[in-house]
Design a protein around this ligand. Sequence first.
Ligand code: ADP
Ligand code: MG
Length: 483
Amino acid sequence: MTYTLEGNTGTWEVVIGLEVHAQVISQSKLFSGASATYGGEPNTQVSFVDAAFPGMLPVINRECVRQAVRTGLGLNAHINLVSRFDRKNYFYADLPAGYQISQYAHPIVGSGTIEIELADGTSKPIGVTRLHLEQDAGKSLHDQSPTKSFIDLNRCGVALMEIVSEPDLRSPEEAGAYLRKMRTILRYLGTCDGNMEEGSMRADVNVSVRHHGEPFRTRCEIKNVNSVRYVMLAIEAEAKRQITVWEDGGAVQQETRLFDVARGITRSMRSKEDAHDYRYFPDPDLLPLVLEEDWVAALRTQLPELPDAKKSRFMHQFGLPVYDAGVLVAEQATADFYETLATGRDPKQAANWMMGDFFAALNRTGRDIGNSPVSAANLGELLDLMADSTINGRIAKEVLEEMVETGETASAVVARKGLRQVTDTGAIDAAVEQVLAGNPDKLAEFRGGRDKLFGFFVGQVMKAMAGKGNPALVNEALKRRLG
Ligand code: ADP
Ligand code: MG
């Protein structure tokens, strides 16, 4: 499934590389003891180091290093036992030091891969070039006063992982799949919450276009896109813009652009700096970061089961199709829920109920697995009531709706609403007679050879029994009666 765009000069291919900035889950900042939690009152989480008071010295936070290494391991990446911190120099009001401490030539994590899953059921490995640790900047607030700008330094110095991909992505869909997969992995690892709305994960999107088989052309970088959907829209808009530039005889200039969500276009922000503009040099306040091999090896053995491994286990252990397994492992909570539900039950039926009626009911009430009023044990009880013929499948859907609305257990809903399946053949036969007597014309048609009407009679009998008839017994009774 190749994604191409048509121009006047032929077919164009889109080339995409993503730089993901992921805020590290840690109590304190990368080089100071100030709190790294989100949402505090402005400037209440700022140490002298973060505010760049003269003479203050950064001290590396071991937990942030641990999280970066665990992320690298989760991305199947090479861990560099020696890495180094550099100063990336630039002026901005929310960067009091006048430089950002980052890693340039020697990042903590080298190359790795992420396997992405596409809508047509195929998957594709995407190269990860590197992961490095760096500080976040503060925040300028321009909307608090008509004449002044305010600075909030709470975020200044918070640890970020910048995760750079190879230019391996070829469509908006692939870019979206990459970001979702990245987010899933980070959440499983507990190294970043992946919350794009709150900005704890953001992406810079590099886009170029070319005709098939050509070398790469010049790229543009779209900064700080904060949702998967916007990333996909921005790529499409930017690719179309570049095609027009090339086809009009111009040349795409390497630059930094912004995605204007309202207008669905990208706008030029500034010409792109090259690395030498930042005058990178090793931070003289920090020693090279040296990791012990044993420590890294221990972190590797302590990693949780990651989505790819869980997915193939679900396929083998529960016999699930690849699509179901993919949906069920997308969030850790969903996977845990499923595993509880499926254990000791028909696993395919469990998957169908979870992904179908249960997700739909949660959706309708604006909830998800995390705050579901129905636990896996409760949903399991519903499946059990079906399995032992206490209720039929149609009634089960109705019971599930009630469970999601009220939080009651399945058996409580069945008892309260009197929904037990009717297996009393006397009652079923009576309903059959009543339906046949009420539809003499249909009965005549059936006798005249319209076999299809059998289904009609089944439906009518079920209806006469308020949906509670045992479907197998109703079928049997009708067959017996109609010959
Ligand atoms: P910079 O600091 O200049 O942004 P990085 O190395 O951090 O550079 O990131 C470069 C990003 O651009 C990578 O994700 C890479 O895959 C991507 N990239 C490089 N060349 C191209 C290209 N021709 N088209 C699209 N993306 C590209
Ligand atoms: Mg970059």
